[in-house]
Design a protein around this ligand. Structure first.
Ligand code: IMP
Length: 199
């Protein structure tokens, strides 16, 4: 089955292809990336993802998957949240990380709690389905690791004691917000074999 992926982010394409390769799919899914033109200017992640998915379907006529993701920091009232991509105004991950670290008020772990949230949406002209995935962690005061993208180098996944940038993509995909959202979405679509242990 062909599934359009409405994203202009090559990291997301790579991650989602890897996620699909570990899910127990009833039939193979071939990803076709299409860059959306929308501005991600809605007040919720869900609406941003929905707009991208609708645009992908409108342009291609194929079932379309889109997602919108953000990093949510409790002590900063949810920032950078919806503004995760353009938090520093430059669009560069290193600057976004530096700005975020400069705003954190202290070093205690309690003040450094954060989570990634991902909303994944599926649109095929008849159905519009969505699912949410979350992963909790803590923000380090300095980046660590070279893998992943975005805020991964400062996001400490506590059960491993490593950041998402210090572990292989296959590990990130076991626990990530994106994997959880896509898995729940595909469950709703009935695309997964039930009762199988996932890697
Ligand atoms: P968007 O979903 O493309 O709007 O991404 C929002 C921002 O969050 C961008 O700055 C991304 O680099 C960052 N981001 C999205 N997903 C992840 C992730 O899985 N890890 C780290 N940063 C991410």
């Amino acid at each position: 089955m062909r599934l359009v992926l409405a994203t202009g982010n090559p990291h997301k394409v790579q991650e989602i292809e890897a996620i699909l390769s570990i899910l127990p799919l009833r039939e193979p899914v071939e990803i076709l990336p299409v860059r959306p033109e929308g501005e991600e200017s809605h007040p919720t992640f869900l609406e941003n993802a929905l707009e991208k998915a609708r645009e992908g379907f409108r342009k291609t006529g194929f079932p379309t998957l889109a997602e919108d993701t953000g990093l949510v920091v409790d002590i900063l009232d949810g920032a950078p949240g919806l503004f995760s991509a353009r938090f520093s105004g430059t669009g560069r991950s290193e600057s976004n990380i530096q700005k975020l670290l400069s705003l954190l008020p202290g070093t205690s772990w309690d003040l450094r709690r954060a989570h990634f949230v991902c909303y994944a949406v599926y649109v095929d002209g008849e159905r519009e389905l969505w699912a949410r995935g979350v992963v909790h962690g803590y923000l380090l005061s300095e980046p660590r690791g070279t893998q992943g993208f975005g805020y991964d180098p400062i996001f400490l996944y506590a059960p491993l004691g490593r950041t998402f940038a210090e572990i292989p993509l296959a590990w990130k995909n076991r626990w990530s917000h994106r994997r959880r959202a896509i898995e729940h979405l595909f469950q709703q679509l009935g695309w997964l074999h039930e009762g199988r242990d996932l890697p």
